[in-house]
Design a protein around this ligand. Structure first.
Ligand SMILES: NC(=O)c1ccc[n+]([C@@H]2O[C@H](COP(=O)([O-])OP(=O)(O)OC[C@H]3O[C@@H](n4cnc5c(N)ncnc54)[C@H](OP(=O)(O)O)[C@@H]3O)[C@@H](O)[C@H]2O)c1
Length: 320
């Protein structure tokens, strides 16, 4: 299993290029929560050499950070944990909007520190820019958190190239977290180039297309009735049928490479540049192992060119 470590952006955080996204352990992706099983996955990940774990204050309305605190209480020295602020939710999970006001940024950070049970957050992302607050103000507050020793490095998620540039002028940005996978390649239209120009790493979220690219979600019946994806346009019956072409291409490549579809999907993202990291999410140890195996799947230049030429032109259904 190869998971070479690379430095995130110009920070001193050296992490494996394959990390673990923890969101689904608390909510969104069907089925009842199983804390004990998820803690086993988190422990197995550390044993398998995973060093990069991704969470956010809004995942499970604090539950995900608390889960990580429970799992890593005696392992903090071995892991890099990234968390995020900015998507406000009420106690019952209701959506309250995006907030990037400086005082809110600091309050949210205090709450995350408390839930995680740490004094410093390794990588703190603004989850979404607040359209009503200049980004420079939010990032200015994050810069103060760095100066106060509460945050080591800062990142942004799903912003524009202009916003990334403006933020980087206030304080060095270590990572941009955006969706990137075979069926979501929008970052290639501009922001990836800006990341490279500024020396910012791209952390690719939902690199398995929220599970779709693994071939495990051929239709809506495969999703639990409470699964958030049932309300996502890409998981409508019509979109799933149209997007099946992605899965067919992956199936063919997986057979040829003697790998699994998930591994080829991840290997493709990793092959887009050494400055790209992936954080696939899973609640199962066998899938964690499988996903880590993507590090050993090498796609040749010819295969990469072939994949691009055969990719469906459009992905049916909006991302959100
Ligand atoms: N910044 C943002 O706005 C944002 C948005 C979304 C996500 N994220 C982060 O990115 C992480 C990853 O994204 P994601 O969880 O949305 O999507 P993903 O990693 O593309 O896919 C996760 C889904 O795939 C399934 N899966 C994982 N490995 C598999 C395998 N080998 N075979 C078959 N199925 C497999 C998982 O099911 P099981 O869990 O049942 O294995 C889960 O349903 C999240 O955990 C979160 O930390 C960030």
């Amino acid at each position: 299993m190869t998971n070479p470590r690379k430095t995130l952006g110009s920070s001193t955080l050296e992490v494996g290029r394959i990390g673990l996204g923890c969101m689904g352990m608390s909510e969104f992706y069907g089925g009842a929560r199983d804390e004990a099983a998820c803690i086993k996955v988190l422990h197995a990940a550390v044993e398998l050499g995973v060093t990069h774990f991704d969470t956010a204050d809004m995942y499970g309305v604090g539950h995900n950070e608390e889960l990580i605190a429970k799992a890593f209480a005696d392992r903090w020295g071995k892991v890099t944990v990234a968390t995020k602020f900015g998507v406000q939710r009420g106690p019952g999970g209701e959506w309250l909007g995006i907030c990037g006001r400086p005082e809110y940024v600091k309050e949210a950070c205090e709450k995350s520190l408390k839930r995680l049970g740490v004094e410093t957050i390794d990588l703190y992302y603004q989850h979404r820019p607040d359209p009503n607050v200049p980004l420079e103000d939010s990032v200015g507050a994050m810069k103060e958190l760095v100066a106060a020793g509460k945050v080591r490095f800062i990142g942004l998620s799903e912003c524009t190239a202009e916003q990334l540039r403006a933020a980087h002028a206030v304080h060095p940005i270590t990572a941009l977290q955006s969706e990137y996978s075979l069926w979501t390649r929008n970052v290639e239209d501009g922001i990836l180039g800006t990341c490279r120009e500024l020396g910012i790493s791209l952390v690719a979220y939902s690199p398995l297309g929220r599970g779709f690219l693994t071939g495990g979600i051929p239709n809506r019946e495969a999703l639990d009735e409470h699964d958030w994806r049932r309300s996502n346009p890409r998981f409508s019956e019509d979109a799933l049928a149209q997007n099946a072409r992605f899965v067919e291409l992956l199936q063919e490549l997986a057979a040829r490479k003697k790998a699994t579809q998930a591994q080829v999907a991840l290997a493709w993202v990793l092959a887009q540049g050494e400055d790209i990291f992936v954080i696939p999410g899973t609640r199962r140890i066998e899938r964690l192992r499988e996903n880590l195996g993507a590090g050993s799947v090498e796609l040749t230049a010819e295969e990469l060119a072939e994949i691009r030429s055969r990719l469906p032109k459009e992905t049916a259904g909006a991302r959100y």
